[in-house]
Every structure is written in C-alpha cells, then in structure tokens.
Design a protein around this ligand. Structure first.
Ligand code: ATR
Length: 278
C-alpha cells in the first residue's frame, strides 16, 4: 500500500524562482518522506483565502514569502514567540479544523548558518544590523539570544530601529544609531537585512566600521547580495569572510521541515548543491 504524500506549499507573489520546493524535496528524499510540495502564486488580495482553501483541502503546512509575511501572522490563531518577535511569519502549520499556527524560522536559520556552517561564535562580539523590517527583527532577536556583546541597529527610517531596540528592551546591550552616525565605530560583524541590494542601491556607510577581522553577512544571496559584498570588500572585509544568505535560506527551511516532519535533515549536501549555482 502506498503512503499518501502530505501536502505542503510555498505562497508568494511573485514566486516562480523560489528554491523552497527544491530544498524541501531534497530533505524529504534524504529522509524517505513522501512529499507533495507546491508553489502557489497568490496576489495579496487572495492570499488569505488561498491559504485557507489549501488547508481545507488537506494541506498540512505552508511556507510564506514576500509580500505575505505580515498577513500570514495576522491570520493565525496561534502565534509562536519567534513569529511574535519578528512581527512576521514564514511558516504556517494547519493545526486542524481550520486553525492555523504562525511561526518564524528566519532568526534561528540565520544563527545556525553563521555559527554552525561558518564557525562564527557570536558570543562576545559587537554586531551591527542594517535594517528594521521583518527579516531584520528576526535576526536582531536571534543575535541577542545568541549572546552578542552589543547589537547596534541602524535603519533608513530611524523610528523603526528605535521601536525594535525598545521591543528588545536591553539598552545596555542593544541600541540604535542614525544611519549617518556610525563614524568612529568598528564592528566584528555587520549584517545587511535591508532590501537595498534588490534595488541596486548603494551602501552609504563609513568604511571605518569594519576592519580585516570583521565578518560581513547579507541575508540575501546571489546577485541581490553583490552590492553589499562589493561595499564590504572595498571597506576591508576579507572576501572569504563575506557570507551571503544562501545558507540561512536552507537552514530556515530545515527548521520548518523539522517542525512539520519531526526529523532534522542534513543541510550540507543541499547547501553544496545550491552553492554551485549561486
Ligand atoms: P523585510 O520584511 O523583507 O525585511 P521590509 O519590512 O520591507 O522587508 O524591510 C526592508 C528594509 O530595507 C527596511 O529596513 C528598509 O528601511 P525603511 O524601514 O526605512 O523602509 C530598508 N530599505 C529598503 N530600501 C532601502 C534604501 N534604499 N536605503 C536604505 N534602507 C532601505
């Protein structure tokens, strides 16, 4: 008797280039799990209805990407601490009877990638975070939980950075600066969680904020990370100490996969395979 595949999907708009189906399928194959994982392109006006329909028709879990992460949080009946902190959800689970749980694996995926894959021990280091959107929030909390010595947050709209630092509520360790007020500071780690790279914008930051011992990390990967890499290397970061977000993408997927299937996949073979292409 064949086992019926459990149904999952990723929702986004646009979504054609998502790597999620390939990543989840590779994990499932590795662990011998039968999986039906679809891509659903849902415009914002139909997103919530499409998710509810998917779950009503037997869907078990859904990944959610741009631009739906805020609505995904708002429509849920149960919200995990990680999703609450990020103010956004990237993982929805059908709890039964139409009830939905919202979770966020961006922060845990980021920390797992930078610590376990890249061997960067966050404890005791001074970190700078660029951005204060949903992804940045997840990363900020994760950096704090992982034990950074200090976390400085800058954002184009400074009020959003202040709100995030206030929510974290550890002023001795986490504070904000104005985007153009970083002169004279130097960081062990600079994380780009803005969408500047998607728009081909420039990183207008003093080069003195990094030295050759600094690590730079862009939560985007591929061409979207090229602009920040260019800035970081020009500022003195060693090229092999620049990391992009491909590993974070795979680790956040693995965290969602483990939540749904109760088994943790080995992410290294998937990372090696995708690294050849990006
Ligand atoms: P996400 O949920 O993916 O993080 P978002 O909430 O739209 O997306 O956040 C995008 C981030 O990139 C924000 O921090 C945004 O700054 P604002 O809060 O001022 O909007 C930042 N960002 C986008 N374009 C930028 C630019 N050209 N220069 C500086 N920051 C930019």
């Amino acid at each position: 008797m064949s086992v019926e595949a459990r149904r999952y999907a990723v929702f986004g708009h646009p979504i054609a280039h998502s790597l999620s189906p390939e990543i989840h399928s590779a994990f499932a194959k590795q662990l011998g799990i039968a999986l039906d994982y679809r891509v659903i392109d849902a415009a914002p006006v139909v997103f919530e209805a499409e998710v509810r329909r998917f779950f009503a028709e037997g869907g078990h879990g859904a990944n959610v990407t741009m631009p739906h992460k805020l609505v995904a949080l708002a429509m849920a009946d149960e919200v995990t601490e990680a999703a609450k902190r990020a103010g956004a959800a990237n993982t929805l689970t059908h709890l039964g009877n139409g009830r939905i749980e919202a979770h966020n694996t961006d922060g845990s995926g980021f920390v797992r990638d930078i610590t376990e894959r890249h061997g960067f021990d966050l404890r005791g280091h001074d970190a700078l975070l660029l951005g204060a959107g949903g992804a940045a929030k997840a990363v900020a909390w994760a950096l704090m939980d992982a034990g950074v010595k200090t976390l400085t947050i800058v954002n184009r709209t400074p009020e959003r950075a202040d709100e995030l630092a206030d929510a974290i509520g550890e002023p001795a360790r986490c504070h904000t600066r104005y985007w153009d007020g970083l002169d004279g500071e130097c960081f062990d780690l600079v994380v780009n969680a803005t969408s500047i790279g998607f728009d081909g914008g420039k990183f207008d930051l003093p080069m003195s904020i990094v030295q050759d011992h600094s690590t730079a990390y862009d939560i985007c990967y591929g061409t979207a990370a090229a602009g920040f890499k260019g800035w970081a290397v020009a500022a003195g970061v060693r090229p092999d100490w620049f990391r992009d977000g491909l590993g974070m993408l795979i680790e956040q997927a693995a965290d969602g996969f483990e939540r749904w299937h109760g088994q943790r996949p080995d992410t290294d073979p998937v990372y090696r395979e995708l690294r050849q292409r990006f």
